[in-house]
Design a protein around this ligand. Structure first.
Ligand code: CAA
Length: 395
């Protein structure tokens, strides 16, 4: 990758042809298919099944998964470029895509057995069905190791009881990677992961979350009452669940940074168009220094977020060969990109004034959608904790 002339708004890097191709594919799809429906799905909260199916057919739901397991066989940079383009038009589609790719497919690819990959990864990576990931519980969020959902082994099955919350795509997912405790006395070393088949008895869905933003993505609680999970559906060994959860979240956080970057770009583009057209006090508002400084701050932060994101993506691709963790790069990218999304969407509303506050324009949606990127897959405070521990050599 070489640094090229920066465009006034938009990517300032020259990409390899395969990367440019997937970015173009995602961009065209988002503009043609998602842009016309995004406002409606935000308003109604209706899950956008038709467009998600089409994204599956385009290979966008398992970008990094090898072709033999139903995916597109590309690298992490390809994934983030595509996710950025989708999220630029609609962050809710970005959430669904991100959870499917990073939280479900990445975990199955890295920790699944051959049989599990054939049975669960192939249909999800190829976009025929949807996968989800469930770590959080009503009383266990940032402190993830304190989960209470319990799995007890009985012969060739585990019996699972408990309640998980804030599960993205749970209302539509066929398979969910769920983290439970198999030995509460061991704390995080007693946590075990399972692949749950949602059509089996003992599984049900609880309340759906009425959310501030990313409203077209479906989020609900899930409940287990004597759910019998075959041992063959255990992901990894007993007690390995916490490390699996954290490893998968490293990948997920890169996805959220890409989603956040998409929101920043949409916010800047809308602001630039508006500042070029709108007149006040006898001139276009873009000619006022007050607006120019906002645009300049947005642009500078966006370009910094982009470099951090692409650096994290390259680190993740390199880890396929080296096996090295990319925890630090992922947390830095997520922290900076999500705070930039909040900053840029806030400035975009301000630049648009009353129109920015109106549902007539998508700018208020960018503002509502941006907030979740500072919360899910680890809050900004958790990212700062992870970064500081790494820099200080505490973990
Ligand atoms: N990769 C691999 N292993 C890791 C790791 C990583 N990134 N991070 C920690 N570990 C390992 C440690 O090495 C340690 O291993 P040992 O057992 O050998 O000691 C073990 O995990 C425990 O680590 P810590 O002592 O650091 O654990 P902690 O209890 O202090 O917690 C934490 C660390 C970073 C705060 C973690 O709990 C965390 O990330 N919390 C946030 C959870 C989160 O992001 N939740 C969002 C869920 S998904 C979601 O948002 C919903 C959705 O659908 C999108």
């Amino acid at each position: 990758m070489t640094v090229a002339q920066a465009a006034s708004v938009g990517p300032s890097l020259t990409l390899l042809s395969e990367h440019e191709m997937i970015r173009q594919t995602a961009r065209e799809f988002a503009q043609k298919e998602i842009a016309p429906i995004a406002g409606h799905h935000d308003e109604t909260g209706e899950f956008p099944s038709a467009t998600i199916q089409k994204m599956g057919a385009l290979g966008l739901m398992g970008i990094e998964v090898p072709e033999e397991y139903g995916g597109a066989g590309l690298d992490t940079l390809a994934y983030v470029l595509a996710l950025e383009e989708i999220s630029k038009v609609d962050a809710a589609h970005g959430t669904i895509m991100s959870v499917n790719n990073s939280l479900f497919c990445h975990g199955l690819l890295k920790f699944g057995t051959e049989e599990q990959k054939r049975k669960f990864l192939v249909p999800v990576a190829s976009g025929r069905t949807i996968g989800a990931y469930s770590l959080t519980e009503p009383m266990s969020g940032s402190d993830a190791a304190t989960m209470k959902t319990r799995a007890v082994r009985e012969g060739d099955h585990y019996v699972i009881q408990g309640r998980k919350s804030w599960v993205t795509s749970a209302p539509v997912a066929e398979f969910i990677v769920v983290f439970t405790t198999t030995d509460p006395a061991k704390g995080h070393r007693g946590i075990t992961a399972f692949i749950i088949e949602t059509n089996q008895p003992g599984f049900s869905r609880g309340k759906t979350e009425p959310k501030l933003g990313i409203r077209a993505s479906a989020t609900s609680e899930i409940l287990f009452e004597n759910y019998r999970c075959p041992v063959s559906n255990r992901l990894g060994e007993e007690g390995e669940g916490f490390k699996i959860a954290m490893t998968v979240l490293d990948a997920g956080r890169i996805g959220i940074a890409a989603q956040a970057l998409g929101i920043t770009e949409a916010s800047l583009e809308a602001s630039v168009s508006f500042a070029r057209e709108r007149e006040a006090f006898g001139q276009r508002i873009g000619e006022f220094q007050g607006i120019q400084w906002k645009i300049a701050d947005m642009k500078a932060r966006i370009e910094a977020a982009r470099l951090l994101l692409y650096q994290a993506a390259l680190a993740k691709t390199a880890s396929r060969k080296t096996g090295q963790r990319f925890t630090l790069e992922a947390s830095v990218a997520k922290l900076f990109a999500s705070e930039t999304a909040m900053f840029c969407s806030h400035e975009a509303v301000q630049i648009h004034g009353g129109l920015g506050y109106s549902k007539e324009l998508p700018v208020e949606r960018y503002f509502r959608d941006a907030k979740i990127t500072e919360i899910y897959e680890g809050t900004s405070e958790i990212q700062r904790m992870v970064i500081a521990r790494s820099v200080l050599g505490l973990r």
